[in-house]
Design a protein around this ligand. Structure first.
Ligand SMILES: Nc1ncnc2c1ncn2[C@@H]1O[C@H](COP(=O)(O)OP(=O)(O)OP(=O)(O)O)[C@@H](O)[C@H]1O
Ligand SMILES: [Mg+2]
Length: 312
């Protein structure tokens, strides 16, 4: 399979013989938003630094838009916007002055930068700060400016290393909202994260790594489909009759029913999405007035944890 980013046998052995990245192979499909997910020390930053030519690989290759980063880094990265380390901007410049400076380094004209910069500052919600000096900005605002800077030359590929790390909850939400905007434009994204919920919320695809090794790569939906055991919380308008509960226990896929209160119960359920939809219809068919029916996110979390544990 081919895509804008192709990683082939990528390996990094640090001095002392420590293998931080071990034969990684994956492809970021065109216009996908790929989450590069793994716990601390998994090798995410090492891989991303190799892909963006900030670090050399021991073996293997990274190919961007068909061009090998190892043999022709300048060409390979010409159409790439990246945010790898927490950006340091000149504190006395405003956001627009920062874009004018960084854009000129990339060969853009002032008119181009000003026009595009205005839209980008709007997109990253910094318009009302456009005349303030960056030195006063919070970490989250700097991160948003960094994303704008990466998008300035309209690259077809965006690479981000943990863009929400170190931000407070509100800063995280604000950056994630901007990341979701990226799904609407014509770019392919590779973004590392150690947060499963973030990847689930923002990404279309996921490559899961631990200890330098790849565990899974594919669509978020296909990973979700691997989850066999679900816990579904159901809230109904009035307490169900005992025979209704007993009837439910014998419904295909239902393993257990536990009441949390007289109108809220958890169903331990084995089945894919189609079967879950069938379960909801069944509940309603039995006359239950279902107020809410939602899967607790724990199922994917436990798959993630078990994949990580198995790989140790
Ligand atoms: N310069 C270095 N020399 C030796 N070992 C290193 C070096 N840089 C990183 N490592 C080790 O390589 C492994 C992978 O590190 P890396 O920073 O790539 O992980 P990460 O997935 O980005 O983790 P985090 O979530 O903490 O950012 C870790 O065990 C780390 O200690
Ligand atoms: Mg890292």
């Amino acid at each position: 399979m081919e895509g804008p980013i192709e990683i082939r046998g990528l390996t990094k052995v640090y001095g002392g013989g420590f293998k931080a990245v071990d034969d990684l192979n994956f492809v970021v499909p065109k216009n996908a938003f790929m989450g590069f997910l793994g716990p601390n020390g998994a090798g995410k930053t090492t891989s991303i630094k190799i892909i963006t030519n900030m670090l050399s690989a021991t073996s293997g290759e990274a190919i961007i838009n068909g061009i090998n980063v190892m043999s022709d880094p300048k060409m390979a990265l010409a159409d790439v916007g990246a945010v790898v380390e927490t950006p340091e901007f000149y504190p006395y410049l405003t956001p627009m002055e920062t874009l004018l400076y960084l854009g000129s380094l990339r060969g853009m004209t002032n008119t181009e930068i000003t026009n595009r910069g205005r839209d980008l500052l709007d997109m990253v919600k910094l318009t009302e700060w456009k005349d303030q000096r960056v030195g006063k900005f919070s970490k989250g605002m700097k991160q948003r400016l960094a994303i704008a800077q990466a998008l300035l030359p309209q690259p077809s590929v965006i690479i981000l290393d943990e863009p929400t790390s170190g931000l407070d909850p509100r800063g995280m939400v604000e950056v994630r909202d901007i990341l979701k905007e990226l799904r609407k434009i014509d770019v392919s994204v590779l973004m590392s994260s150690h947060l499963l919920n973030e990847v689930q919320e923002v990404c279309t695809d996921v490559t899961l790594i631990n200890r330098g090794k790849m565990l899974r790569s594919g669509s978020v939906a296909s990973l979700l489909n691997e989850v066999k055991a679900h816990k579904i919380e159901v809230r109904v308008l009035s307490p169900p009759a005992l025979e209704v509960t007993n009837q439910l226990r014998s419904f295909p896929g239902v393993k257990e029913i536990n009441y949390m209160s007289d109108v809220v119960f958890n169903v331990d359920f084995e089945g894919a999405e189609a079967e879950q939809a069938g379960l909801l219809l069944q509940l309603q068919g039995m006359g239950l007035k279902v107020v809410s029916f939602k899967e607790s996110g724990l199922a994917l979390e436990s798959l993630y944890m078990s994949l990580i544990m198995e790989s140790r």
